[in-house]
Design a protein around this ligand. Structure first.
Ligand SMILES: Nc1nc2c(ncn2[C@@H]2O[C@H](COP(=O)(O)OP(=O)(O)O)[C@@H](O)[C@H]2O)c(=O)[nH]1
Ligand SMILES: [Mg+2]
Length: 359
């Protein structure tokens, strides 16, 4: 029994009258956390347990965890970037998780490549996470040594969740995952967040599910490098092919991308595996083209610049909202605005001046 264990086994009736609670907590904590170097070594060795622990630090709201997380990210940075980052969007039920399962299994079995699956799901804050749904859809991947699946953090704003996912992506790359798939639900801003962190963006659609609902009209299609109509199997085969032709026609209306890539429409079935190799072939073709013409690297540089500005904005907002005087004045000024005693502009300016220390 070592010193730590004996500390944990202090029992009533011993010389210590009270169980040393803080000592127990400290010991428990020390057992969990590794040193900065141990984290880096573990991640570089591809240790999934260490990787998962590091991600927990990234997602933690404790200042000390955050600080260690920043250090780990910094240490991993020189080893990151060597991957293909693919974003997958589509309405709930389109089959994103199933396609990821099929694609991931294909990559592992046919190409012996490692794959990491991350998710951004703002709705998980309400539903408590889509973890279960996803894990049951990804059974083969979940049990494979070559795959790492991490569901969406269930706390924080979309901006915060997106930032964490970007950081997680870097750690996964350092851990040797050459293929990163980021799944997002087809609602609102999350697609834009995912588009801003991946190299290749895939829109998964269903035949006959209503184009409007599926993002044709919401500009999501304009972001897509590939549109894939899923569930092209059984009696749905013809309908899927028609939907593919429609999507292909719709893609023609968008202006040519600077990447020189012409977006395509395909069909696939996560169930039969139809179209999965072709889908991946498309990703590889895109990568070869854009690495050749410089777009791949330029887009990533752009993303890191935008990311920096987003972190600044988030930080400013947090500091502003946490400022004690602002908190005090916010409510009364809001009231004045609502009652028409002052303008929104004047009230906002007053708060900004207070924050800048000029009032
Ligand atoms: N017939 C058929 N069903 C599928 C296919 N892909 C997914 N599904 C089913 O569609 C439902 C939703 O799939 P899921 O992967 O959870 O969709 P997600 O919400 O987009 O992640 C599940 O019941 C799947 O079994 C497919 O290719 N063919
Ligand atoms: Mg899913």
């Amino acid at each position: 029994m070592d010193a730590e264990e004996s500390a944990l086994r202090v029992c009533p009736g011993s010389l210590t009258p009270e169980p040393p609670r803080d000592l127990i907590a400290q010991v428990a904590k020390r057992r969990r956390s590794l040193t900065r170097q141990q984290y880096l070594d573990g991640i570089l060795a591809g240790d999934r347990t260490v990787l998962a622990q590091a991600i927990t630090l990234i997602e933690s709201s404790r200042a000390a965890d955050r600080e260690l997380a920043e250090q780990i990210i910094e240490d991993c940075l020189p080893y990151s970037g060597n991957s293909i980052r693919v974003g997958i969007t589509g309405v709930p039920g389109a089959g994103k998780s199933s396609v990821i399962e099929a694609l991931g299994t294909f990559l592992i079995e046919e190409h012996q490549q490692k794959i990491a699956v991350l998710a951004i799901d703002p709705s998980s804050q309400i539903s408590g996470g889509s973890i279960l749904g996803d894990k049951t859809r990804m059974q083969t991947l979940a049990s494979s040594e070559m795959a790492f699946i991490r569901p969406s953090p269930s706390r924080g704003s979309l901006g915060g969740v997106a930032q964490r996912t970007r950081e997680v992506m870097l750690l996964c790359e350092a851990a040797g995952y050459g293929n990163i798939l980021v799944e997002t639900v087809g609602v609102g801003q999350s697609e834009i967040a995912v588009h801003g962190m991946v190299d290749f963006f895939l829109l998964l659609m269903l035949a006959g599910a209503g184009d409007e609902l599926q993002g044709m009209k919401r500009g999501v299609m304009e972001m897509a490098d590939i549109v894939v109509v899923n569930k092209a199997d059984g009696s749905n085969l013809m309908a899927a092919e028609r939907a593919r032709t429609d999507a292909q026609n719709a893609l023609h209306y968008f202006p040519a991308s600077q990447s020189e890539w012409t977006p395509r429409a395909l069909t696939c079935s996560a169930q039969t595996g139809h179209g999965i190799p072709e889908l991946w072939e498309c990703v590889l073709e895109y990568t070869a083209l854009t690495k050749g013409n410089g777009w791949f690297a330029a887009a990533r540089r752009d993303q890191t610049r935008t990311w920096m500005h987003e972190i600044i904005q988030q930080g400013l907002r947090q500091r502003f909202e946490a400022h004690p005087v602002i908190r005090k004045r916010m409510e009364s000024l809001e009231q004045e605005v609502v009652e028409g005693r002052t303008t929104s502009f004047r009230a906002a300016l007053t708060l900004l001046e207070i924050y800048a220390g000029r009032e």
